[in-house]
Each structure stands twice: as C-alpha cells, then as structure tokens.
Write a protein that binds this ligand. Structure first.
Ligand code: ARG
Length: 425
C-alpha cells in the first residue's frame, strides 16, 4: 500500500460518498484518515456528522461552525463586489469551496499531513476550486480525489460497501438531484434537470414557494447597509448569519430567489442549474440600488466591469490569488459611501425596489425637479450642448455622413426626408 502510515485530511460532508471514501482511503491506500467538516449554514448536526466520520473509520473527525467567517470574509466581499456569475448566479457553492479548502489546509498542518482529499467528481467546478485553493495556500500538499478516479463505485455498490463495514447508510430516499447548499444559497443539478427544455419539477425547490402559491399580499422590507454591508432588517440590527437566515425565510415565503440558468462551467461544458438564493437575490438588488444612489456614473460603470471579473475569478476557483486581492481592495474602497437604506417589495416571486435613501446620496431634488425650486441652470445647457455636439457638426460638414449615398448603411428609410415636409390635407 502506497501511502501506509501517511495521514490524509478529507473534506467530509457526512454523505454516502465521503463516508465510503473514508473507508476506501484506509483500506486501498493505507491512509490514516482525518476528516474536516465545516458548517457554512444548513449543515444539520455537526455532532452526528462527527460520529459518522468516526464510525466510517476516521481516526479523528474535526467539525467546525464557520458560518460567521463564511459571511464576513466570503459572502460580504462578494456582495460588495456585486459578484453574480454570468449575471445571475450569486456563487453560493463557489464561495464556500475556498473556505472549506482553508479548513483542510489548516487541519493538514496541525496533523502534520502531506495529503488532503475531497469527494468531487472530475466533471465539475468544485474539484478545480479545491485543488487550486489548496495549491495556493499550501503548494507542498498533494490532493487526492477518489471520486475522480480509483473509487469508481455506483451508488448501489457504495451502499453495499458501507453496509459491509457498519457505516450508517442514509435511510431517506436519495434525492434525484445533486444538491449543494450553504447560507448563501442552494445549488441543484442533474436528474431530470438535464433536459434544458423541461420545467423544474416542484420537488427541486425547498427554500422558496411557488410564486402562484405565495401570499396575495405583498411584504415591504427595509434593509440597512453600512459601507456596503447589510446590518439591519426592518430597522433591527442583526449579525450577518441571522440576517441572511431571516431573509432567506422571508423572501422564500414570497417565492423570491429562484434562478434557472444555463451556465458555462470552467471545464468547458454548459450545464443547467437551478439555484435558490432568496437572501442573495434580495441583497444584491438592494446593494446595487444603494450604489446607484451614492456612486458616481463613472464609478458605477467601472465597478460593473470589476463585478463580472470578480465573479469569474470566484467561479473559476481563483479566490486565493493576487488578482483577487487587488480587485477586493478596489471594491472595498468603493464602499465607503455605501451606507443607507433600501425599501424592497416582495410579492409573488418578484423583489422590486420601491425606495432608497442615504446620507451620502448624490441624488439632488433641487437638481432633478421639474417642479418648484429648480436649481439646474437651463441656460447653461445651451453652451454645454454646443461644445458636446461640436465634433458631430464638424463631421457633418466635412464627411456628409447622412447624405443620400450612405443613408442605407444604417437603414434610415429614404422616405423619412420626403415625409417630413408639411402635411398634405
Ligand atoms: N454549478 C454551481 C457551481 O459550479 C453549483 C455546483 C453545485 N455542486 C454540487 N455538488 N451540486 O458553483
């Protein structure tokens, strides 16, 4: 056995795959297995998971509640950045992986292990995120991925393998989907969802009600931000974990937060994903809304480019990169004025902004008003337009862009000219 006496730290979820992997790593490779489990929200019971890891043959099972760290160091920075992959996916799974990888690396160092392992398959993004994060934090470690090669068991084989070793086998029926979840969202794929034309069956959704069955009456909520971080819901100060949990429930009850997306995986395939992310959807909406009030036009435009770059790097597993540090520094600096409140109306699957305010607001009624107290200098507009339009007039004189010959280029109908004369009676 190649690894006899070596220790490997395995990212352990408590599910069948990773439980079998504990035994398999021991028996086939001779590893001593230490498991590491992090609760990013939605892990049912860490004690149960710990016992199960030991039953599966781990010599030690580390479990940690890292929800607050997840929110403060991963979720909030991504929210501040406006990071939505391909404009929609709030990146719940993608944000969780680097933190789980960090737990693996920390545990490996404590245990003096030279190997870490995870249960990701060879087709998804998650393997890339684990491998890259471990490589960036601890290039001296070697990553083992039994599901990517070696273990090769069908589900029935895994069940037999587990039963033969006294490893608890799930009693509930297996979900027909592949699901990953944490505080920031639920990711569902595979099964009948692979038919991109088929509407997702009811049983896909667990956090959100069908908008048809959501309350008839809308609910208005107020979210308070301090420097780009949500700090209160309806005027009540809440820690990040609680705020996200409450908002998941509240918005989910109104059918808000469903995303059905064809996305481009890093490994080159398109996949159909269903996400449920009620809190993330509402918070991204509210945050963007507040930014539109306090950031300049240039800052908003530039920041939206950074947002898509940031989302890509998170999705692609480059969390622990210098590029991320640099973008995060920019994002953080932009948030110094992003304090204030946003009013959102939740109703039957929709979340719509109905109000926003901030002490740093750049919106000025005196400048915007068409009513009394208008402070905008209408006369000055003439001079402004004269200069702004100078290049166009100059071009018109020298290049005759819109003459007869060129009009067809931009499909301006010739008749426009003849029609624009005085109307015939
Ligand atoms: N497609 C999403 C992502 O790459 C979700 C992956 C979900 N993982 C899973 N094991 N179901 O981030």
């Amino acid at each position: 056995m190649k690894y006899k006496g070596e220790t490997v730290v395995l990212a352990y979820s408590g599910g069948l795959d990773t439980s079998v992997a504990v035994a398999w790593l021991r028996e086939t490779h001779g590893f001593e297995v230490v498991t590491a489990t992090g609760d990013l929200g939605r892990v049912k019971d860490l004690d149960v998971i710990q016992k199960k890891a030991l039953k599966s043959g781990a010599k030690k099972a580390i479990v940690q509640d890292v929800r607050a760290i997840f929110v403060e160091y991963f979720v909030w920075p991504a929210l501040q950045a406006g990071a939505l992959y391909e404009e929609r996916y709030p990146l719940a799974t993608a944000l969780g992986r680097p933190l789980l990888a960090k737990l693996l690396v920390d545990a490996a160092r404590e245990e003096g292990a030279r190997y870490v392992a995870h249960g990701c398959t060879g087709k998804g993004n998650d393997q890339v995120r684990f491998d890259l994060a471990v490589g960036a934090l601890a290039p001296e470690l070697t990553v083992i991925a039994p599901m990517r090669g070696g273990m090769n068991m069908t589900r029935d084989e895994e069940i037999d393998y587990a039963k033969a070793r006294g490893i608890p086998v799930p009693v509930s029926k297996k979900s027909p989907y592949s699901v990953d979840m944490n505080l920031w969202g639920r990711s569902v794929e595979a099964g009948v969802l692979e038919d991109a034309w088929g509407a997702p069956p009811r049983d896909v959704y667990e956090w959100t009600v069908d908008p048809d069955e959501a309350p008839e009456k809308a609910r208005e909520i107020v979210i308070t931000f301090r420097e780009g971080i949500p700090v209160a819901l309806d005027g009540k100060d809440l820690d990040g974990v609680t705020l996200i949990e409450q908002l998941n429930k509240l918005a989910g009850k109104h059918g808000v937060g469903r995303i059905d997306q064809i996305e481009n995986r890093l490994v080159g395939i398109k996949s159909r994903e269903i996400y449920e992310a009620p809190a993330a959807v509402v918070l991204h909406l509210a945050h963007r809304e507040l930014e539109s009030l306090v950031l300049s036009k240039e800052a908003l435009r530039f920041k939206s480019k950074v947002a898509s770059e940031y989302a890509d790097l998170v999705y692609n597993g480059l969390w622990f990169s210098a590029h991320h540090q640099d973008l995060a520094a920019y994002v953080r600096n932009t948030q110094r004025f992003v304090s204030g409140e946003v009013r959102i109306r939740l109703h039957r699957g929709t979340a719509v902004t109905v109000g926003r305010r901030s002490e740093h607001s750049l919106y000025s009624v005196a400048l915007a008003t068409y009513g009394k107290g208008d402070a905008f200098d209408h006369k000055a507009a003439e001079g402004f337009i004269g200069v702004f339009g100078l290049p166009l007039r100059n071009q018109a004189r020298t290049q005759a862009l819109w003459g007869e010959d060129n009009a067809a280029l931009l499909q301006v109908p010739k008749q426009v000219a003849s029609r624009s004369g005085p109307r015939k009676k």
